[in-house]
Write a protein that binds this ligand. Structure first.
Ligand SMILES: Nc1nc2c([nH]c(=O)n2[C@H]2C[C@H](O)[C@@H](COP(=O)(O)OP(=O)(O)OP(=O)(O)O)O2)c(=O)[nH]1
Length: 334
């Protein structure tokens, strides 16, 4: 029985659903169900004493058989409406980097759990995934709150919760079956739907102008986001933020001169489509202009890589999630 059936409610989703069914995209991650094909990678990441020492249920050493058992068990729990665990897949290289999930074993309020492979600590992935999952829980599924108990020594995990807006909410006795069965008096954190909505509503709107530069062979120029910038390495349409006092067209002409060293007349910009995408920390509004004429040869002036790509090859590039719908529109345009 699915969570939806268990709730006795029909429709596309219900407050008792635990998973909408489609992967959740954040700026750099895809949160998706685990499959048995993930077992070797899961074992590789979790067979690390540093990764599991603050977790309650992950034994050490951790084998591929353990990972397979975990995936099957989680699948059964999901089908019984008891919880869901999602793999965190990095969009750039499609590598699994950790897991995040909820359980409904207590009073039905989701209890959060997560861990990341050691190589991926300190890069904001936990915060990013948690923001996206909380949005799913509150905006899509209608939960009223979510909570987590954290091992008292796990300061990194507490920081992640606080960044997302969780606040301290007393203590919880955590049973640690995989750590010798001890009970650990742990700080508890919670986030209510109301606090999440207040936080989320305060995110800014960002206006960015972008270009689909199209050459005589119908190929489109894509640029990798430079090291040090957000979403670094993902392939985007050249462009940038519209500054105070600029129109989107003025901003794009300026950005193309700065980033690529090309000269484009405003009259050569054909408004083609726009992206309106809710990133978890800002809302992006991005008009995309088709450009077939410019002066100069595009050069990578800001540490990015450039690539001319045929319409058929665009979908294979790892991109910011806002750009994915634009690719389908662009293919029709070309
Ligand atoms: N240029 C561009 N930005 C995109 C695309 N898709 C997408 O989500 N974005 C997002 C990434 C960033 O959050 C934002 C653009 O900001 P940016 O930092 O690249 O802008 P900028 O060139 O003005 O940079 P900076 O001077 O502020 O460093 O829009 C895209 O296709 N092209």
């Amino acid at each position: 029985m699915s969570g939806r059936e268990a709730s006795g409610l029909g429709g596309c989703w219900s407050a008792a659903s635990i998973w909408r069914g489609a992967p959740l995209l954040s700026a750099r991650l895809k949160l998706r169900l685990l499959t048995t094909a993930d077992a070797p990678r899961l074992a590789e990441l979790a067979n690390d004493p540093e990764v599991v020492r603050h977790t309650a249920n992950i034994p050490h050493p951790y084998t591929e058989a353990d990972a397979l058992g975990f995936i099957t068990n989680q699948d059964n729990r999901r089908l019984a409406g008891l919880g869901v665990v999602l793999g965190l897949e990095r969009s750039l290289d499609r590598h699994l980097i950790g897991c995040m999930g909820i359980g409904l074993d207590g009073d039905g309020t989701p209890e959060l759990g997560y861990w990341l492979g050691r190589a991926y600590w300190g890069e904001g992935y936990g915060t990013e995934a948690l923001r996206r999952l909380c949005r799913h829980l509150f905006a899509d599924l209608g939960y009223e709150g979510v909570w987590a108990a954290v091992h008292p020594d796990n300061t990194g995990s507490m920081r992640v919760l606080e960044k997302v807006g969780f606040i301290a909410a007393g203590r919880h006795d955590c049973a640690m079956p995989a750590r010798g069965g001890c009970i650990v008096d742990s700080p508890k954190f919670q986030l209510t739907a109301q606090d999440w909505r207040t936080h989320h509503a305060a995110r800014p709107m960002l206006l960015v102008a972008a270009a689909a530069l199209i050459d005589a062979d119908g190929r489109v120029l894509m640029a990798s986001r430079p090291p040090g910038k957000s979403m670094s390495g993902l392939w985007e349409f050249p462009g940038g933020k519209v500054q105070a006092g600029e129109t989107p067209e003025m901003a794009l002409v300026r950005e193309l001169a700065e980033e690529l060293g090309i000269d484009v007349g405003e009259s050569c910009l054909a408004a083609m489509a726009f992206a309106s995408h809710d990133y978890d920390t800002f809302h992006l509004l991005m008009p995309l202009y088709a450009i077939r004429q410019w002066r100069g040869e595009p050069q990578a002036r800001e540490g990015q890589m450039l690539k001319w790509v045929r319409a058929s090859g665009l979908a294979a590039l790892p991109m910011p999630p806002a750009d994915i719908p634009l690719v389908a529109l662009l293919r029709e345009w070309l």
